[in-house]
Write a protein that binds this ligand. Structure first.
Ligand code: TXA
Ligand code: MG
Length: 317
């Protein structure tokens, strides 16, 4: 039976209490949620998105009590929590034993955040457990920013999709990790700007990705549509692919291509981030042979956009 799409919070809560997987809206992207304390339910999340067990999940909490149940909170995290929660910031902190190893892929840290979407906040308020949730896409594909995106790919594998409308932020949360001693590192660019974090964290550096990365969101080929993606100077790329059917992703310029997705005609990077994944999906579904994307200004949400586009283009000819 295909998933029902709706706004029935009681039904979503009932399914989650019964150990089922439910897609939930967040301000960043849709998540594929399960009771974080129920190992069998968490196994279903990994199976549903065919995610390798070495890639740990983010735990979504409703309040301070739940945060303390899952993580040990250093004093240095307090100003970040006060300033950025609820919101698109994930903190990697020492984990508490109550969190199953499966959630954290055996790591002694847990990624945790408090989502800002009102519907998911209401859902969490109905539950007495936090929700482990990765983005609600098949592993390696572009994250969903509408309920329909979830239904398109996972609709026949889950019973319910809670519809909270299009996501406000449109790219995943920013992830920073506490080293247990005195500093933070940046594991993933995302919805909170690096410029806004650094006054609280000091200068942030991104560790280079490896075979078994600390944040597999750092895996090179991730967030990738099926159509090959090339990132660079669009006019030059248009010449190179002149005889092909081409889709373009641009910031504010309309290019002469079979299809051109302009992410923000007014030049607003946050608006561009909000539209990025829907544009990639639309071009992927349009039948064009290649997707060409501009390099965005490397500031604010532009950093997360460039990161996702670079990964979408990784390992492609
Ligand atoms: O905005 C978001 O963060 C969305 C919404 C649904 O909350 N979630 C999301 O989850 O993007 P996911 O699973 O697609 O990406 C989470 C990333 C993964 O790359 C994972 O490797 C990393 O977080 N991660 C989770 N736990 C970690 C840990 N203990 N240490 C380092 N990285 C961790
Ligand atoms: Mg993901």
């Amino acid at each position: 039976m295909p998933a029902l799409i709706g706004t029935d919070l009681l039904e979503a809560a009932r399914l989650l209490r019964a150990g089922q997987v439910v897609a939930i809206p967040t301000e960043t992207v849709y998540g594929l949620a399960a009771n974080a304390f129920d190992e069998a339910a968490v196994v279903r999340v990994f199976e549903t998105k065919q995610r390798p067990a070495f890639d740990p999940l983010i735990v979504h909490v409703k309040d301070r009590n739940q945060l303390e149940r899952v993580a040990v909170v250093p004093a240095e995290a307090e100003p970040l929590i006060a300033r950025f929660w609820p919101g698109p910031l994930t903190l990697v902190l020492p984990k508490r034993p109550e969190v199953p190893d499966l959630v954290t892929s055996g790591l002694d840290t847990v990624a945790v955040r408090m989502p800002a979407h009102p519907l998911t906040q209401e859902l969490l308020a109905l539950l007495d457990f936090p929700l482990a949730a990765p983005s609600a896409n098949p592993f390696g594909y572009v994250s969903p920013t509408t309920a329909q995106h979830v239904a398109d790919q996972l609709g026949d594998r889950i019973p319910y999709i809670l519809d909270g409308g299009p996501c406000d932020v449109g790219v995943e949360s920013t992830i920073i990790a506490w080293d247990g001693v005195g500093s933070w590192s940046l594991l993933r660019q995302g919805g909170v700007k690096q410029e806004d974090l650094e006054p609280f964290t000091g200068p942030l550096h991104q560790p280079v990705s490896t075979e078994r990365p600390t944040a597999p969101g750092m895996l090179e080929s991730h967030y990738a549509p099926r159509t090959p993606v090339h990132v660079g100077e669009v006019p030059a790329l248009l010449q190179r692919f002149a005889r092909r059917s081409v889709g373009v992703i641009s910031f504010r310029t309309t290019y002469p291509a079979s299809r051109c997705e302009v992410l923000s005609p007014s030049g607003d990077l946050s608006e561009a981030a909000r539209h990025l994944f829907a544009a990639l999906r639309a071009l992927d579904a349009s039948g064009c042979e290649v997707i060409l994307a501009e390099v965005f200004p490397e500031e604010g949400l532009g950093r997360a956009i460039n990161d996702r586009l670079r990964r979408a283009a990784a390992n492609r000819g």
